[in-house]
Design a protein around this ligand. Sequence first.
Ligand SMILES: *Cc1c(COP(=O)(O)O)cnc(C)c1O
Length: 377
Amino acid sequence: MNQKGKSTQCIHSGNPEKDSYTGLVTPVYPATAFTYLEVEDYVYPRYFNTPNQRVVSQKLAALEKGEEGMVFSSGMAAVVTVLFAFLKKGDHAIFQNDLYGGTHSAVAHELERFGIGFDFVDSLDPLEFEKAIKPNTRLVFIETPSNPLLRIMDIQAIAKVAASHGLVSVIDSSFASPVNQNPIDLGIDVVIHSGTKYLGGHSDLSCGAVITTEKLMEKLRTTAIHFGGNLDARACALLERSLKTLALRVERQNENAQAVAEFLESHTRIDAVHYPGLASHPQHALAKSQMHGFGGMLSFEVQGDVEAFVKGLKLVAPAMSLGGVESTVTSPVQTSHARISAEERARMGIRDNLLRLSVGVEDVEDLLEDLGQALES
Ligand SMILES: *Cc1c(COP(=O)(O)O)cnc(C)c1O
């Protein structure tokens, strides 16, 4: 299936040819007990090998151009399972500082008591990552585009640094989705998604995914079975259905976000717009070279009363999370970055008037009108 286009893959890859009773849709197999006679492997939800888990994992592997996929009950279940699968006592790992808050917090609060050392690299320069490598470093973890400033890491350069030092390279690619970015093609070993975002795409599903090689998956599976972050059959089926429209949704979100970013950039009440699709983005060329589309996420700094602006929006909902078909807006200072001190936020470049927008699939004229009227009022 790998030579087919993304939309075709979204629909047709990973489909079970047998056992579908001639239906075009995978049946839901809620069974948690499977007969063990005449099978090679015991089938069990926490072994990540039930029919619905297998089908949706295959679809994700095809979309990310990896050998194998695995689905988890949340993005964080995927993140911590990867960390504990590839790190042990005495090891050291390197993380991009600009990480999803939950990942940053998990690293800062969980690794040390297991005897795992770590460093956060406060730079997007691959050379700074290389400088942080110690004799016991085993893993490097990046996230691009980053939250909330949409900074871009050079995926290929980081993968090269990791490979030349024998490290496992891991990327959280949630913001891009497999439609806009395929890190395995750029040399990355392990791709993680918070499926709660674009993969699910309808703000009604919590899940995570990991895509990697057969060899690394073998190691990951053992840890995953111990940690038990498996996804339920019905959630797998819902994820599979959502993935069929992933390319359609994301392509529309890319177009809408580009138009919204250009509109905001030209508006007098906006101080700054952070979107990799804008020529003014400092890493626009890098984004263009490693992404197939610039995504549906952007952030901007609004002049005047930020809260009044948010309250003035009629279509765009102030809501946590992202990646859904509906446009949503959040204030990082009030939500994801609320627990970070004002000085630290200033150092990170996150101003009090920054808003993060997750652009949905609405008609773009309606989005522009809504943003425009809230800015004028
Ligand atoms: C939301 C998110 C996560 C965590 O996913 P959950 O499904 O909430 O556990 C990880 N990384 C990024 C980039 C996210 O946006």
